[in-house]
Design a protein around this ligand. Structure first.
Ligand SMILES: Cc1cc2nc3c(=O)[nH]c(=O)nc-3n(C[C@H](O)[C@H](O)[C@H](O)COP(=O)(O)OP(=O)(O)OC[C@H]3O[C@@H](n4cnc5c(N)ncnc54)[C@H](O)[C@@H]3O)c2cc1C
Ligand code: FES
Length: 287
């Protein structure tokens, strides 16, 4: 019987069946869990063996994960999680996620050897311009997980990065190890006041003055997004933002994930799952 691309016949990583529908860029796959550990009191790091199509994921793209129920009730709908790290050499994909509700708490119950049902890779990821030499990444909270693979994109493209990682306290400054491999890491914290917008603005202005800001990337904080958008406009710097929105299908047809954008002075509705989640910084509006 012919394979169906989604739902009815998931591709099993390590199975003997050939990859179904090679022309469809996303698929449903059962990916065995390699490791799954807490990194702090709220976030877990999940590593899975990935299917060949899943391994083609680009930084900024996401998978819609079928999370096990954390209790006796049903759990409806998949939960979107962006890729945290792509380990093509070992055929693995990594996620870093915050446990916030039933879906992610159910996801947290997966153990080594369990299969994770993933649909993806989905959406539009980050991109780099041919003339960029040094870019600035600014994020906070779960946004740090989404921005993390820019470290890989930068390494592959020979671009330097300064990553400004904002967090409540030191244990929530995540992805610093990945960015330290390709550039500079500046942690800004609530605990010592360094995460204040004025301080982050001073850091960004210094990077602009030192010609270290050919492009801006941001995710995870409305106030930091507004700051980057304003400075990018003032200084003519291109930028990208990864937006988050509650999703259902993750594939385009349901329109649950629509947000408003402003394009050439006109408001426009776009679906975060398929037209994003990465958008032009100047076209995105706050939340
Ligand atoms: C493209 C994309 C990539 C994402 N990548 C990551 C990631 O790498 N790491 C990570 O920790 N989280 C990520 N998220 C957020 C993640 O999808 C939600 O935290 C998750 O769906 C919550 O499910 P839940 O059932 O545990 O919580 P729920 O009970 O559904 O919700 C708990 C709380 O989380 C909020 N929430 C629910 N869904 C979303 C959502 N899609 N976006 C933002 N807030 C939401 C709810 O409003 C509520 O306040 C991403 C979201 C999107 C859209
Ligand atoms: S989640 Fe269904 S259209 Fe985006």
């Amino acid at each position: 019987m012919a394979h169906q691309p989604f739902a009815s016949a998931p591709y099993v990583v390590g199975g003997t069946e050939p990859v179904p529908h090679p022309h469809i860029p996303a698929e449903e796959a059962l990916c065995p869990v390699v490791s799954h550990d807490w990194v702090n009191a709220e976030y877990k790091h999940l590593v899975v063996d990935a299917s060949p199509k899943a391994l083609a994921v680009k930084p900024g793209q996401f998978f819609n994960l079928l999370c096990p129920s954390p209790d006796a009730g049903e759990l409806w709908l998949r939960r979107p999680q962006s890729v945290y790290r792509i380990d093509r050499a070992r055929g693995r994909i990594e996620f870093l996620y915050k446990c916030v509700g039933r879906g992610t708490n159910g996801l947290a119950t997966l153990r080594h050897g369990d299969d994770l049902n993933m649909v993806g890779p989905l959406g539009v990821g980050f991109s780099v311009g041919p003339s960029w030499k040094h870019v600035v990444v600014l994020g906070r909270g779960v946004g740090l997980a989404t921005l993390a693979p820019i470290s890989q994109l930068a390494a592959e493209s020979g671009i330097g990065v300064t990553a400004i990682l904002s967090a409540r306290s030191p244990e929530f400054v995540m992805a610093g190890d990945l960015f330290a491999q390709v550039g500079d890491v500046i942690g800004v914290l609530d605990t010592d006041g360094s995460s204040a917008v004025e301080n982050v603005e001073a850091i960004l202005l210094r990077l602009i003055a030192n010609r270290k800001a050919d492009a801006f990337f941001t995710c995870g904080s409305n106030r930091l997004f507004q700051l980057m958008k304003r400075l990018a406009k003032q200084h003519g710097i291109p930028g990208q933002i990864a937006m988050e929105q509650i999703m259902a299908c993750g594939l385009g047809p349901c329109y649950v994930c629509v947000r408003t954008f402003e394009v050439n002075g006109k408001q426009e509705l776009r679906r975060v799952c398929i037209e994003g989640p990465v958008f032009d910084l100047q076209e995105a509006l706050g939340w």
